[in-house]
Design a protein around this ligand. Structure first.
Ligand code: SF4
Ligand code: SF4
Ligand code: SF4
Ligand code: FES
Length: 668
């Protein structure tokens, strides 16, 4: 143990603890900016500087370990002045666009300014000029970046995707993909983990709320919404509730009050996914065990960030991915076919919105493969954070809403679907169904939980042996299925390398693109609670255990869907609506044939003059010179729509300016 003094208080902590942690444990808060508990303590901003008696210079509390006998001061006049000057220097090269900034009122830089009592910067000088780099999923506005490098840690060290890194030096430093390429043209998985840790408005999920508000105003459309499992244990945080609070009923009530005609549950489609994916797994195993061609291990395909990662980094391994669409895409396809038919509407009359914990889903819906008969399966994706904003904007008192149910026939789900939101959940849900289908008996684990899959470990393993199988599945008699689960792209990389080398011992692998699974997706509320993952995880397990039906194949509405519409699992109609294929992209999309123009688009030009030569400023408009490029057409349309919106805003501003000018003239 180490004994020291902070602000005159005697403190004892373990060796290796930082001054910041020691102070916090003793109820002393030290201002900080770049530091993020358990994630990032590289000490770049120096806002947390403290005075240590006997030391020549101030020390960064977030990355200086305590030493025996240390005498630390955290709140002297010298420190207060120093922190204010640091802040003013950062502010002197910051866009200060707070009123229209996505992080207004939730911005850590803004909050720090209030804490330090700074209301203006005394420093004038050169200002960096940046364009806004907007992809379908992630938007970068580097005029708001404070160079804390949290995103570099999230992308490079946690996800090991290494898309973002500091480019250039000194005043010209910019955090960006290599060669300042637009984020949509590189190997970004769109997982959004960088947007969760960014303390300011520099990195954010590309906003779709305006699009959804506009759709809600269109009464000629049937406005349908669905909610992913992980949203129900996180959205409460947007309204001051504890992480993991189960607010499923309030969520359904809020969506109805926002004006949606049908409030469906992605959980229903998660049950459907289990039937389709479980059947696909059994077919692959049957082929492999009877000497036919089969690609094993089969890997889950629910996580679009993970899918894009394979397409970019391991395009030769795409055959291992299940062909199942992700649950919300299945729901979109079912809503625009089965449900549209039921209510006598055309597919194109249905407007489908998905509320997701995930930023990559925004990219997923724009994929050309996610259409049936030319109609997009899902029209818009908003994240949990965006839905929180919409509920607040609509003046809905979320915390005091009554609990309501989802609408049927696409609103009922089982406990197996709830755990889709947690790492290991899809695997456990699949086992509950596959094991029972093959043996006629329940999965032999207490409370249907596979013990080795219940942790947040990066790579988890399990085995299940099929004994006393039903006659139709005799090929599986005595077979031990080897299973692996990982969440986060770093773990996925390890498992894919094994596959590439032909050393993978597994039959079935579950991969989720974000560490911990969808509970910590890139679109979930930002939290500084180090226990947030555990709390949301417990919330979803409680949701599962509270259900009367906990196995997907027992969902009566799923049974009705097959009986009345789809026919059989993996049948012809299922393949048409619920399955898909993937695109070989390569690191810079070079395999997909998609190339990118190097002209800044109109929005970028208006926003600011480029910092470097135009050669480094790239719009995402793909040239349509190959069949594959059609996959980007939706993306292009969205960019054009955004350009049109910005143009109309500019026209409005010009008009207002003309009115003001004429008023001034009159008053002279
Ligand atoms: S990042 Fe923060 S300080 Fe900067 S403009 Fe946005 S809200 Fe204001
Ligand atoms: S979205 Fe994910 S992969 Fe892309 S830059 Fe951010 S952290 Fe990296
Ligand atoms: S983009 Fe955000 S997280 Fe990354 S360095 Fe800039 S401010 Fe920090
Ligand atoms: S918070 Fe310690 S250096 Fe930034």
């Amino acid at each position: 143990m180490v004994n020291l003094t902070i602000n005159g208080v005697a403190i004892e902590v373990e060796e290796g603890v930082t001054i910041m942690e020691a102070a916090k444990r003793n109820h002393i808060n030290i201002p900080s900016l770049c530091y993020l508990e358990n994630i990032h303590k590289v000490g770049v901003c120096r806002v947390c500087s403290v005075e240590v008696e006997g030391a020549r210079n101030m020390q960064a509390a977030c990355n200086t370990a305590v030493r025996p006998g240390m005498v630390v001061h955290t709140n002297t006049e010298r420190l207060r002045q120093y922190r204010r000057v640091l802040y003013e220097l950062m502010l002197s090269d910051h866009s200060q666009d707070c009123l229209s900034c996505v992080r207004n009122q939730t911005c850590e830089f803004q909050a720090l300014g209030r804490l330090l009592g700074v209301d203006a910067s005394r420093f004038e000088g050169a200002r960096s000029q940046y364009h806004v780099d907007a992809s379908v999923s992630i938007t970068r506005d580097m005029s708001k970046c404070i160079l804390c490098r949290r995103c570099v840690t999230a992308c490079g060290h946690i996800q090991e995707a290494c898309v973002l890194a500091p480019q250039n030096r000194g005043f010209d430093t910019e955090i960006s993909p290599a060669m300042s390429l637009p984020i949509g043209s590189v190997n970004c998985a769109f997982c959004g983990q960088c947007t969760v840790v960014c303390p300011v408005g520099a990195l954010s999920a590309t906003d779709a709320t305006m699009k959804v508000w506009a759709a809600l105003g269109k009464t000629d459309k049937r406005r349908v919404v669905q909610v992913a499992p992980a949203v129900r244990v996180a959205i409460g945080e947007e309204f001051g509730m504890a992480p993991g609070s189960r607010v499923t009923g309030k969520l359904a009530a809020a969506l109805r009050r926002l004006g949606f005609d049908d409030v469906f549950d992605t959980n229903f489609a998660a049950d459907l996914t289990i039937i389709e994916e479980g059947t696909e797994l059994i077919h692959r195993l049957q082929n492999a065990l009877t000497g036919k061609k089969a690609v094993l291990p089969m890997i889950t395909s629910c996580s679009p960030g993970w899918i894009k990662y394979v397409e970019n980094h391991f395009p030769e391994q795409l055959g291992h991915l299940s062909t199942c669409k992700s649950p919300h895409m299945m729901m979109g396809a079912v809503v625009k076919s089965y449900y549209a038919e039921k209510i006598g509407r055309k597919p194109e009359d249905m407007y489908m919105v998905s509320v997701m914990p995930c930023t990559a889903k925004k990219f997923e819906i724009a994929r050309e493969e996610m259409k049936n008969n030319g109609v997009q399966n899902v029209d818009a994706v908003i994240t949990t954070r965006e839905l929180g904003d919409m509920i607040k904007a609509a003046g809905i008192d979320f915390a005091n809403l009554p609990d309501e149910d989802f609408d049927n026939p696409l609103g009922m789900s089982t406990g197996a679907a709830d755990i889709f939101g947690i790492t290991g959940g899809v695997m456990e849900a699949a086992l509950r169904t596959v094991y029972e289908l093959v043996t006629g008996r329940e999965l032999p684990f207490v409370a249907l939980h596979v013990p080795s899959l219940l942790t947040l470990t990066q790579v988890k393993e399990a085995e299940v042996t099929f004994e006393n199988v039903l006659p139709a599945f005799s090929f599986l008699a005595g077979v031990t299925a080897k299973l692996a689960v990982t969440s986060g792209l770093a773990g996925a990389h390890k498992l894919l390398e094994q596959i590439e080398k032909g050393e993978s011992p597994y039959h079935f692998i579950e991969v989720m693109g974000c560490p911990g699974g969808c509970i910590t997706g890139g679109g979930q509320p930002r939290s500084k609670d180090p226990e947030v993952r555990i709390k949301r995880l417990s919330g979803l397990y409680s949701e599962d255990e509270s259900k009367v039906i906990r196995k997907s194949h027992d969902n009566p509405y799923i049974q009705a869907l097959y009986k009345d519409f789809l026919g059989e699992p993996n049948g012809h109609l299922s393949h048409e609506l619920l399955h898909t294929h993937y695109v070989r992209r390569g690191m810079f999309n070079e395999l997909s044939g998609v190339s990118y123009s190097v002209e800044p688009n109109a929005a970028m030009k208006r926003k600011a003059k480029p910092k470097q030569s135009d050669a480094g400023v790239v719009s995402e408009a793909p040239r349509q010179d190959s069949g594959e490029q059609a996959a980007m057409s939706m993306h292009l349309m969205e960019i054009e729509a955004e350009n049109a919106r910005l143009k109309s805003q500019l026209d409005d501003a010009n008009e207002t300016m003309e009115i003001l000018k004429s008023v001034l003239k009159k008053n002279r």
